[in-house]
Design a protein around this ligand. Structure first.
Ligand code: HEM
Length: 510
């Protein structure tokens, strides 16, 4: 008995610490060394925390010091000060650590192209885990292989061509109700960030899910709550997460269940309409397409109820979060660059006069298109495009070991002076006057507003159409200027947002 006890004790005292030391010291240091030998350097790995403490400290320092000029669009050092500093010290490609997880930051266009255009699954989407999984599930945003291509086809169909055309009246109606509210507020300041947040929630709820504003709003409130929990916990490192639940973990579980139930209600309502004979099909919107797949007789094409829920979560979230950021920053930029506001208005009035935008005219909005692309370049809502590597791979001249995450920072790429010139931080929509390909000097990965390659944003046309309709209808009715109380303090909270909102003053056109 005693020798057995002694053996267990020695196992506990010797073996377990050795395993911990191996995992927390030897593996990271070995990986760091193997990258250094190849010329990829980075801030040194610190026991257990990696480089997270430095990240938190640098972020805190910039938060304290933020005081930007209105015309200064150099937000990269404010939003990601750690990447900004480390690129300066270690070069375009460097290694850093989220706890014990190595992350290779890549900002060299050729390597980015290799990563994002890959089709054989070498560079995969990161796996949805923890809070991230609760928000997105394990579906289109993170799925791979057959599962991904099936859903990608379905989403491509639902958000392009005729289906997108069918959504125009719904989008226009949502903008009209926002503007109706604005009419009662003339002479007062309008905070457009919250206005556009509501608008983009309303648009995606109505056009893709046929749900009411109220149903949609409940879903967005829950998604925002999960988003906040992700953000709050993204740099927390703990070994015991699997065993001990924090208050945030419990809150996330409760919210996820409520979210699931609310989406299920919308799905069941649509199903009931068909079962009861009230409707003769599931409909041609996105939810209708998902339900059609759910009932497909071919098991290969079928999707489960859980997969429908995951997919709905993804589109509710992706459809809102990024689009309202784009609309907010565009309005901010046009409020300070009034010459571009005037040019955009001229174009809109020429194409539509006082009529609501139609699909032919939307396709011909060249100046508005240039302005939206320039806004996405300077204020890209997405700040990191992430991939993972499961086994050792070759990337350019480098050999990257297994289990390394890859992060591509669009804000850095969009300010590369070799591509965008010395005035890369200035608002100059004319850069896009001959399209994105010309603007990027033949470097397709120099503009990553909507990503690149097979995983390019599936909602690109939907988002651009929504933004063009909203801007056109505002420009038809108002001139707008920036509130004198506005403080320029871009911050990152899931996507890039103005920390204190954007107040604008409306001047109705006669
Ligand atoms: C201004 C608005 C938007 C921006 C800037 C944006 C940006 C992006 C970017 C950069 C990616 C690529 C991510 C990667 O490669 O890892 C992406 C993917 C995606 N976006 Fe968007 N997006 C916008 C609007 C939308 C909308 C409106 C929807 C849905 C209606 C949407 C749904 C998606 C989905 C599902 C993916 C994943 C596609 C896949 O992996 O195959 N996005 N988006």
């Amino acid at each position: 008995m005693i020798p057995l006890l002694a053996m267990c004790l020695s196992l506990f005292v010797l073996v377990i610490p050795s395993i911990i030391l191996y995992k927390l010291c030897w593996i990271p240091l070995h990986l760091q060394r193997s990258m250094e030998i190849q010329g990829i350097r980075g801030p040194p790995y610190r026991f257990f925390h990696g480089t997270t403490k430095e990240i938190i400290k640098m972020k805190q320092q910039t938060n304290d010091a933020v005081d930007m000029s209105l015309l200064d669009h150099d937000i990269f050092p404010i939003i990601q000060p750690y990447f900004y500093s480390w690129i300066k010290v270690y070069g375009n490609n460097f290694l850093h650590w989220i706890g014990t997880e190595p992350e290779l930051v890549v900002s060299e266009p050729e390597l980015i192209k290799e990563i994002l255009s890959n089709k054989d699954g070498t560079f995969q989407k990161i796996k949805g885990r923890g809070y991230f999984k609760k928000l997105f599930g394990s579906w289109l945003v993170v799925a791979e292989g057959e599962k991904w291509s099936k859903l990608r086809k379905l989403s491509n169909h639902a958000f392009h061509g005729d289906c997108l055309k069918d959504m125009l009246p719904g989008m226009t109606a949502c903008v009209e109700s926002m503007l109706e509210k604005w009419r009662t507020q003339h002479g007062r300041e309008i905070e457009v960030c919250s206005e556009f947040k509501q608008l983009s929630s309303d648009v995606i709820s109505r056009t893709a899910f046929g749900s009411s504003y109220l149903e949609g709003r409940q879903i967005f409130d829950m998604l925002s709550k999960l988003g906040l929990l992700i953000f709050r916990n993204r740099l927390k490192i703990t070994f015991f997460r699997k065993f001990i639940k924090t208050k945030d973990d419990m809150e996330a579980e409760k919210t996820e269940q409520l979210l699931h139930d609310s989406i299920m209600e919308i799905v069941k309502k649509r199903q009931l309409e068909v079962d009861s004979g009230k409707a003769d099909s599931f409909g041609s919107d996105f939810l209708g397409s998902l339900l059609k797949c759910h009932h497909d007789t071919d098991p290969k094409s079928q999707i489960s109820a859980a997969e429908i829920i995951d997919e709905c979560k993804t589109f509710y979230f992706a459809g809102q979060e990024t689009t309202f950021s784009l609309l907010t920053w565009t309005t901010f930029l046009l409020a300070i660059h009034t010459e571009w506001q005037e040019r955009a208005r001229e174009e809109v009035l020429q194409l539509f006069d006082q009529r609501n935008p139609n699909s032919d005219g939307i396709a011909r909005l060249k100046t508005v298109n240039m302005i939206l692309y320039e806004t996405l370049r300077l204020y890209s809502p997405v700040t990191s495009i992430l991939r993972r590597i499961d086994s050792k791979v070759k990337l350019g001249k480098y050999e990257i070991p297994a289990d390394v995450k890859v992060a591509i920072p669009p804000l850095a790429i969009h300010r590369n002076p070799d591509i965008w010139g010395r005035d890369a931080n200035l608002f100059k929509p004319e850069k896009f006057s001959q399209g994105v390909a010309k603007a990027t000097n033949g470097n397709p990965t120099a503009f990553l507003g909507f990503g690149y390659g097979p995983r390019t944003c599936v909602g690109l046309n939907f988002a651009m159409t929504e933004a063009k309709i909203a801007l056109s209808m505002i420009l038809q009715r108002y001139k707008f200027t920036l509130s004198p109380d506005y403080v320029h303090s871009p911050s990152i909270y899931i996507s890039v947002k103005p920390q204190h909102g954007v107040g604008i003053l409306l001047h109705p056109l006669a």
